[in-house]
Every structure is written in C-alpha cells, then in structure tokens.
Design a protein around this ligand. Structure first.
Ligand code: NAD
Length: 305
C-alpha cells in the first residue's frame, strides 16, 4: 500500500483541536478528499466537523470525507493512522491494541500525544515496531514542525517512511533520539513560561508587559534563527564562544537566579486573573492569519524569492 501517492488513505482518530487541524492539512495535500477518514465517538460528529473544520480550511470539501464512529471500518483500508484522541494512557493503550487487530500490516501508526511515550502506548500491542509519536505544534495545519519520537522498538523502516511523508509535504520532521518528557519544543516553551511567571511573581513586570517583551524581541528573532544561531551571531567574529566570553558571567548569574515556581502555588491566582482581564478569549483567527504571513515571509526570504 502506498504512502506517498494517489492511493494513500489517511485515518484520523479524534477530531478535536488537533485532529481537525490535521484534517485541514491533509485535505490541502491529498489528491482527493475521499482519501481521508475521520473517526470520533462524539454523537454530533458530522455537524461539529461541518461547523468547525472551515475555521481551519474555509472551503473544505467535507462531503467527500468519510466520517465514522466505527473503529474497524475506519482503519481497515488505512495506510496512515494518526491518533489525536484523549490524553490518557489507558485510552491510548486500548485504542492501539484495537487498531492493530483491524488495520493492514504496513499501516503507519502515529500518536499526536504531548507527553505519553510510544513505549507506554504500545504496552498491549503484539507488534510494537509500528508506532511512534508524531507530535505537532499547534496548529498543525500551519506549523511546519513535527517532533518524531520513536520508542526503542519502533522499526527503522517505519521511521524512514514517516520522515519521507512529512518531508515531501514541505514539513519539518525532527527526530528525537530519546523519549523525553514534553519532547523538545514544549520543554523550551515551558522553560520560558516558568521564568515569565517568576518575573511577574517578583513584581518586575506585569503579564501584559512580559508578553510585549517577548513579542517585540525574541519572538520575531526566533522565527529566523534559533537560540544557538542567534547567540552565535550575537558573539560577532568569536561566535557562540565569543558570546560566552563576553557575557557568560551575566548568563551564569541569571541561571543561578532562575525562578523556581511550581504548579498549584500561590502565584496562580494573580497571574491567572491578569491573563483573564488582559486577554479574555483570545482570537485564534487573528493568531492563525498573522502566523501564516510570518511563516510565508520567512520561507520566501530564505529561498531568496
Ligand atoms: N491541543 C494542543 O495544543 C495539542 C498540541 C499537540 C498535541 N496534542 C495532543 O493531541 C491529542 C488531542 O488533543 P486535543 O487538544 O485535540 O484534544 P480534544 O479534546 O480537543 O480532542 C480529542 C477528541 O478525541 C475524541 N475521542 C475521545 N475518545 C475517542 C475514541 N474512543 N475514539 C475516537 N475519538 C475519540 C473526542 O471526542 C475529541 O473530539 C492529545 O493526545 C494531546 O496531548 C495537543
């Protein structure tokens, strides 16, 4: 069964925030919408997909997509199955054991999980070589990154076919060599979040000002160059080494003083309140529109168009 061409058949399990965003991505890349199946147990699936999918993909050809609430039917002919269901281990374990009974033998099995390693999800499977985590950065119909996190059992062939799939669609699959809590992107983002909370909690700036600092400095910079490239550039002719020679002392003092904050502590009340008062309900349409323009511009400029 093909994984790249016209005969590819993709089944998405779970049609929530992530599942429907993936649906939008695949619909804009498949030759025909009939190659996509969406499986979800929600009773209002059809109405929900009709009203929600167009937010990610305005003219989505929904009537040609197969909507299903039967797992055996939904996976029987699939060449790729991406699971974006509930984030809990018993669910993931049981769904994969079930999928394995009904899907063809060479079907690629991907989980969108933010934190449950493939090696735990495969616990009840006969063949543990087929599954890996393919972790998107929300929203996946827009963000180029996919973190590929195999378990020690995942086969090299499954991994190669997965990398190939995303590369040929212009995406950026990054392979993680170890199963690591939170993977890479979220760990980086959560480190910044921890320090952000610390700085607000210390009364240095408020929630809005902290956000403005990020939006007007490292936010735009990091769309162009990550932290290593940025600070390598920042060190001038000496590169990253020069950077640490120049201001390594300040870096060390900041690291020594890094804020230790914990979930559930007293900072929550004030910071949650400030976020609510400042932002209410965030407009995701605006987020997506501007994100797309930034990503398009960066890609064009890097390709010298
Ligand atoms: N939201 C994010 O920012 C984000 C980012 C990356 C990865 N993820 C991961 O993606 C997965 C989905 O997250 P989400 O935010 O889209 O969740 P969600 O709650 O929005 O969607 C989950 C969907 O799964 C469906 N579902 C539940 N049981 C099912 C079953 N037995 N069969 C089929 N469908 C079933 C639910 O009806 C729901 O529509 C999670 O594992 C999460 O960790 C989320």
């Amino acid at each position: 069964m093909g994984h790249q061409g016209n005969d590819i058949r993709i089944t998405l399990i779970g049609a929530g925030t992530i599942g429907l965003s993936f649906a939008a991505f695949h619909l804009s890349h498949l030759s025909s919408p009939s190659q996509l199946t969406i499986l979800d147990t929600r009773p209002d699936l059809e109405e929900y997909v009709r009203s929600t999918l167009p937010k990610f993909f305005p003219d989505a050809p929904i009537s040609h997509v197969t909507l299903s609430n039967s797992l055996p039917d939904a996976v029987r002919n699939a060449s790729i199955i991406q699971e974006s269901g509930s984030e809990n281990l018993p669910f993931k374990k049981s769904i994969w054991a079930e999928v394995e009974k009904h899907a063809p033998q060479d079907t690629l099995l991907w989980s969108s999980t933010s934190g449950i390693p493939a090696s735990q999800q495969t616990a009840d499977m006969q063949d543990k070589t087929r599954l890996l985590v393919v972790h998107p950065y929300n929203p996946p119909h827009m963000m180029p990154l996919l973190e590929l996190v195999p378990s020690p059992q995942t086969s090299a062939d499954v991994l190669t076919r997965t990398q190939e799939f995303w590369r040929t669609r212009g995406r950026v699959p990054i392979l993680l060599l170890k199963e690591m809590t939170g993977f890479v992107a979220n760990r980086l983002a959560f480190a910044l979040l921890r320090e952000s909370i610390h700085l607000v909690n210390e009364g240095v700036v408020n929630v809005e000002e902290l956000d403005r600092v990020v939006e007007t400095s490292m936010g735009p910079r990091w769309a162009i160059a990550g932290p290593f490239k940025s600070y390598h550039a920042g060190g001038g002719a000496g590169g990253l080494e020069g950077f640490f020679k120049n201001i390594g002392g300040t870096v060390q003092k900041c690291w020594d003083d890094t804020g230790k904050v914990n979930v559930g502590e007293v900072w929550e009340e004030s910071i949650f309140r400030q976020a609510k008062e400042q932002y209410g309900v965030v407009d995701l349409g605006e987020r997506d529109r501007i994100t797309k323009r930034i990503l398009d511009t960066v890609e064009k400029e890097k390709n010298n168009e």
